[in-house]
Design a protein around this ligand. Structure first.
Ligand code: ADP
Length: 301
């Protein structure tokens, strides 16, 4: 097959591993810098151009779209979809998963466990909002944050109130969430491909840190999942419409709670913690599923 990898940087671990996996499985592969693609939308035949060249004949595309270029990245991916190229993840599913609030609303509609979460606009409603999610301690999250930046633990009602007021004053969109203390500063990353969790790791925050992000000094270890955790992760990916997803869970007294579903999950942490060839499994999924014009939305969404 001829496979495109949308990525801003060939040297990134995840990109390199995907290239290796494609090549070792006998495919032709090309890394395409997402922001250098431009497109002809008016033509009868949708086209994607790249440095003067017309990108044609790809069978599949693996999108690796960073959060900061979601808008342009999903537009490029949609163009691939309109040309009939099979995407490892569809553009609509990626856009959906990038909106934290929308994702939680969809997961909750499907009855998937999550921390009690509230969202409000007016500072006048802060008191009631805090009561609604069970009061302090609570976690306040900037909707636009990634890698743990903009996630704050407020231990007391007073602290929570001031932080919420401050964020609202800055016109930032925030959600507030019950603090899952029993998770002990750890979370679980489940790597889902198709209908299966193919690898999982536990991430533990540094001493005194409730956020377990590896970018914030967390460490990753192998973890054995319960059947319920596996089922929750697979369902969460399905609800989001993602074939390839990193589902982050917190272990709570009432079972697994989904925090987030990531559409471009990194490969470095999970491959080194588990020793598994996750890149190879992504390519294998494509081999089994890629058919021309196979997207559910065909770029209409
Ligand atoms: P980001 O998307 O920026 O990584 P997250 O929502 O995943 O933000 O939060 C970062 C980390 O903070 C999580 O990995 C988890 O360890 C911790 N955390 C987030 N929400 C909660 C919560 N409600 N209760 C306990 N810990 C949490």
């Amino acid at each position: 097959m001829k496979i495109a990898i949308m990525s801003r940087n060939k040297r990134l671990y995840s990109t390199r591993r995907l290239v290796e996996a494609c090549e070792s499985r006998g495919h032709q592969v090309r890394v395409i810098d997402t922001l250098r693609c431009y497109m002809n939308i008016t033509s009868d035949k949708p086209e994607l151009h790249y440095g003067g060249e017309n990108l044609e004949d790809f069978d599949a595309v693996i999108p690796r779209i960073g959060a900061s270029i979601t808008f342009y990245g999903t537009a490029v991916l949609r163009q691939f979809e309109m040309m009939g190229v099979f995407p490892a993840n569809e553009s609509v599913a990626i856009s959906r998963s990038r909106d934290k609030l929308r994702s939680l609303q969809l997961l909750s509609r499907d009855g998937i466990g999550m921390p009690k979460t509230g969202f409000a606009h007016s500072p006048g409603d802060i008191q009631d909002l805090m009561k609604m999610v069970g009061g302090a301690p609570l976690v306040i999250k900037l909707l636009e944050g990634t890698q743990g930046i903009g996630v704050v633990l407020a231990e007391t009602a007073k602290a929570a109130e001031s932080v919420i007021e401050a964020f609202m004053g800055l016109k930032a969109n925030i959600l507030i969430q019950e603090f899952i203390k029993e998770a002990g500063g750890a979370d679980i990353r489940c790597f889902v491909i198709g209908n299966k969790v193919v690898a999982a790791m536990q991430r533990q925050g540094a001493e005194g840190e409730f956020r377990s992000n590896l970018h914030r000094g967390g460490t990753a270890t192998l973890v054995k999942l319960t059947p319920r955790e596996r089922a929750t992760a697979v369902r969460a990916a399905k609800v989001m419409g993602l074939n390839v997803a990193g589902v982050d869970l917190l272990r709570s007294e009432r079972g697994p709670l989904v925090m987030e579903v990531n559409s471009s999950p990194g490969l470095e942490g999970i491959e080194s913690a588990t020793g598994k060839d996750v890149a190879g499994m992504i390519v294998e999924f494509i081999e089994k599923n890629a058919k021309p014009h196979h997207t559910r939305t065909r770029g209409h969404g």
